[in-house]
Design a protein around this ligand. Structure first.
Ligand SMILES: C[S@@+](CC[C@H](N)C(=O)[O-])C[C@H]1O[C@@H](n2cnc3c(N)ncnc32)[C@H](O)[C@@H]1O
Length: 349
């Protein structure tokens, strides 16, 4: 479910170039995809298991990460399943038709070009949702499922969740993973989602319609670095974001899957990784209702820096706590709109 290709990684891969694969003819016909040398189509008929084996070996030869997972996911997808393990043995050992074999060769050739498997099969699971995926829109990572869990736990505990409507704002919705998960779990919730990328806005809208969640979602093409957001929404109970938070210098050492196929502006948070985060926090008191909260996914180096910056730079917002992910990394920050520092000093209610 979570191959290494979906993790930010600063491991140093031999980078075979950072030329984006998008061309005017689309990603599939791009020279880099066509250049990849696929094994020849087998002369006779083969089984799904043989196809997996041929491609697993080719991926290993070419240094493609997660060779076994990659071949398994692609073949399972083309046989109508999520995983190889969920397919009956008979399906795996019967001979494939020529069309099916050709499809396996086409999709595995894309993976050979280092295209992430999520883009190859054009879908991915996030929590209990299956989302459509399309380059260059950011592929949701497993750690963001934990961000959703903590927002849900808080919202469920807020007075009024059962009968009254809460409103949530997501900055940087990407494929819609966070917003759509919240909408699916909280039937009374309404969500505003914004993104600076038109591709992301389109994909979020498409995923919302595909999941039947479009009625409680408004998606806007907005750059949070402008003040436009302030005209769109106010008094939201929760502002949630998995913003671009990588330090610019770490971008260089990302895996080819990420560098070549995902939108760099979804990842690069500037020199200290805080460029977009600071803007979200500066706008938060103008957007949140009283006691409304901000939930952020951040780099583990950020939690000590954020409270200091907020204390010095943002009025009516205070740092509540840092939460850790399942691996024990401090990855999530929670802040809350409250009294101004002057009110607190004067002891005003
Ligand atoms: C790390 S991705 C997260 C996507 C999605 N929320 C998820 O978790 O899968 C960050 C998203 O923020 C968007 N973004 C980056 N800068 C932005 C800005 N200035 N204003 C609005 N959205 C921005 C990117 O386009 C990208 O879709």
């Amino acid at each position: 479910k979570s191959p290494a290709i979906v993790h930010y990684s600063t491991r140093s891969w031999t980078q075979s170039g950072t030329t984006p694969l998008m061309t005017s003819r689309g990603i599939w016909g791009s020279p880099a995809v066509r250049r990849c040398s696929a094994p020849p189509l087998p002369p006779g008929r083969i089984t799904a298991l043989q196809a997996v084996d041929i491609w697993r070996r080719r991926f290993i030869e070419r240094g493609v990460t997660e060779p076994e997972h990659s071949a398994n996911y692609i073949v399972a997808h083309l046989l109508g399943a999520k995983t190889i393990e969920s397919l009956e043995q008979g399906k795996l050992t019967e001979l494939l038709g020529a069309d099916k074999t050709k499809q396996i060769w086409q999709l595995c050739t894309r993976r050979l070009s280092r295209m992430p498997v999520q883009y190859v099969i054009e879908e991915w699971d996030f929590r209990d949702l299956t989302l459509k995926m399309r380059p260059p829109v950011f592929i949701p990572r497993p750690e963001t499922e934990e961000l959703v869990d903590l927002v849900l736990a808080d919202l469920a505990g807020m007075p009024g969740t059962g009968d009254a409507q809460h409103t949530c704002l997501e900055v940087g919705c990407g494929s819609g993973a966070i917003s759509l998960s919240l909408l699916k779990s909280l039937p009374q919730l309404k969500v505003f989602a914004v993104d600076q990328s038109q591709d992301a806005v389109d994909l979020t809208a498409e995923n919302a319609a595909w999941l039947g969640l479009q009625d409680r979602l408004q998606v806007y093409h907005v750059d949070v670095m402008t003040e436009t957001l302030l005209r769109l929404c106010s008094r939201v109970s929760a502002l949630v974001s998995n913003p671009p938070y990588l330090y610019s210098e770490d971008m260089k050492s990302l895996e080819p899957e990420i560098l070549r196929f995902e939108d760099h502006s979804a990842l690069d948070g500037g020199k200290d990784g805080l460029e977009v985060i600071k803007q979200i926090l500066a706008l938060a008191p103008h957007i949140l209702s009283d006691r409304g909260r901000v939930y952020l996914e951040v780099d583990p180096r950020h939690p000590p820096l954020i409270p200091q910056w907020v204390e010095a730079s943002v009025d009516r917002l205070h740092y509540v706590e840092t939460r850790h992910d399942i691996a024990g990394r401090p990855c999530y920050c929670i802040l809350q709109k409250g009294k101004s520092n002057w009110d607190l000093r004067l002891g005003l209610d």
